[in-house]
Design a binder for this molecule. Structure first.
Ligand code: UD1
Ligand code: MG
Length: 449
């Protein structure tokens, strides 16, 4: 039997943030979401999140997480005090308790599985993850013998000068025999620099206590301040880019691009410098993205080119070209072979195959039939100050430069709109619509002097 307790009650004072530390975002997911994801594969019988500082906010953010129990730690009197809070909910539990720090988000699922395996096969009372760090500042130091048996953990701030030279650090990830831990938890004392109850002190009370050193020290990076947050972000980004390069994506300047866990690429995509992918951005095969584009939660077909543009909650089918300097906002839905050019904004509108909106346009709440050619500066005036209205433009229609289509309005198929027209009424198929002042020419005009 396995129970998991994630420590997420601390304030995260060193972050200097209004947000509880475990809700800080890291490559599109919160720290605590990442920690929970790392033990998903173990299918634990119980999963407990210990909350305290801004508990409501933390609980709300995880309301969708199946089978998660919340236990309140009030006040927050240290990591040992945090785990004392599960004594009651786990009073009948028999088995192992995996304790994860809510601020250690880079752990791989395999590493936790190894820890559990080692713990169970050795029969230890506790097995904890450790790493050797070039700079162990801030971490608890683990004192162990050559047989990996641990005698004590001493927090950085409680270490003597000599103890600080020990660079074997405590990752904050432990597997305990629950019954044995439950016996010693009530004996913790707060005789340390912070006056708190330290979970780490249980290790000296349990026998045998073992440690397992991780091969990749990046995995156990703890996040206590913004610098460490940025370092973890860099590790995740590097992992994601390496993964997609191995899958056949070219990054011209990898370090300048960021991805999210939900980003997907087809083969032979070329990502130029300064591109950012967020949410579930799915990019088809053979696309060329960038330079300088942001693609957020959108579906992009094959062979699409997107240059210096922003695409959010939009769908772009194959063989389209976007930008430079275009913005596709939520609900923009482009069929095959569309072209959206510079300084064009498209929102909640569908464009059928082969539409062209090449320059300086706003298309909102509209439906364009196939092959519509939207002239430079055409605007759909969709908002009357209170409500939004729809514009429908039939297949094969063309609008002249600087047309304003005042919605609600329907243009039939094959309509031509004269340049500079402001249209407020529907136009039947095949018609020419003009809605502008007649040109007046005065011959031999004498300018007033
Ligand atoms: C802790 C360990 C340290 C280890 C490091 C690894 C202790 C005493 N020290 O130090 O040995 O090297 O993690 O990153 O455990 N929390 C609560 N309730 C509290 C206090 C903290 O739930 O009362 C939670 C925090 O939200 C956080 C986790 O416990 O997720 C760790 O707390 P933190 O204060 O960051 O401990 P560290 O000083 O990093
Ligand atoms: Mg910490």
């Amino acid at each position: 039997m396995l129970a998991v307790a994630v420590l997420a009650a601390g304030k995260g004072t060193r972050m200097k943030s209004d947000l509880p530390k475990v809700l800080q975002p890291l490559a599109g997911a919160t720290l605590v979401e990442r920690v929970l994801a790392s033990c998903k594969g173990l299918a634990p019988q119980r999963q407990i999140l210990i909350v305290g500082h801004q508990a409501d906010r933390v609980e709300q953010s995880l309301a969708h997480h199946p089978g998660l129990e919340f236990v309140l730690q009030q006040p927050q009197n240290g990591t040992g005090h945090a785990v004392q809070q599960v004594l009651e909910p786990l009073s009948d539990f028999e088995g192992d308790l995996l304790v994860l720090n809510g601020d250690v988000p880079l752990l791989r699922a395999e590493t936790i599985a190894n820890l559990l395996e080692r713990h169970r096969s050795s029969g230890a009372a506790v097995t904890l993850l450790t790493a050797r760090l070039a700079d162990p500042t801030g971490y608890g130091r683990v004192f162990a013998d050559d047989a990996a048996q641990v005698s004590a953990i001493v927090e950085h701030r409680d270490c003597s000068e000599a103890q600080r030279y020990n660079n074997l650090i405590n990752a904050g990830i432990y597997c305990f025999n629950w019954r044995k831990l439950a016996e010693v938890l009530p004996q913790l004392r707060s005789d340390n620099d912070q006056g708190e109850l330290y979970l780490t002190d249980t290790v000296a009370m349990l026998s045998p206590a073992m440690h397992l050193e991780v091969a990749d020290a990046d995995e156990i990076n703890g996040i206590n301040d913004r610098l460490q947050l940025s370092q973890c972000e860099a590790v995740i980004q590097e992992r994601l880019r390496r993964h997609w390069m191995a899958e056949g994506v070219t990054f011209m300047d990898p370090a300048s691009c960021t991805l999210s866990d939900g980003t997907r690429f087809g083969r032979d995509v070329v990502v130029e410098p300064q591109c950012h992918f967020r949410g579930d951005a799915v990019i088809g095969e053979g696309c060329r993205i960038g330079p300088g584009s942001l693609i957020d939660s959108s579906r992009i077909g094959d062979r699409v080119e997107i240059v210096y543009s922003v695409v959010r909650d939009a769908a772009v089918a194959s063989d389209c070209a976007i930008g430079p300097f275009a913005q596709l906002r939520p609900g923009a839905d482009l069929a095959e072979g569309c072209r959206v050019g510079n300084f064009v904004e498209i929102k909640k509108s569908s464009l059928a195959e082969g539409c062209k909106v090449n320059h300086l346009s706003y298309i909102g709440d509209a439906e364009l039939g196939s092959g519509v050619n939207v002239g430079a500066g055409t605007i759909t005036a969709n908002y009357d100050g209170v409500n939004k209205h729809r514009t429908v433009i039939g297949a094969g229609s063309k609008t002249g430069a600087n047309s304003v289509l005042v919605a609600p309005i329907v243009l039939g198929e094959g309509v031509t709109v004269g340049a500079g027209s402001t249209l407020t009424k529907n136009v039947p198929a095949g018609a020419l619509a003009l809605g502008r002042a007649k040109q007046l020419v005065k011959d031999n005009w004498q300018a007033p002097s």
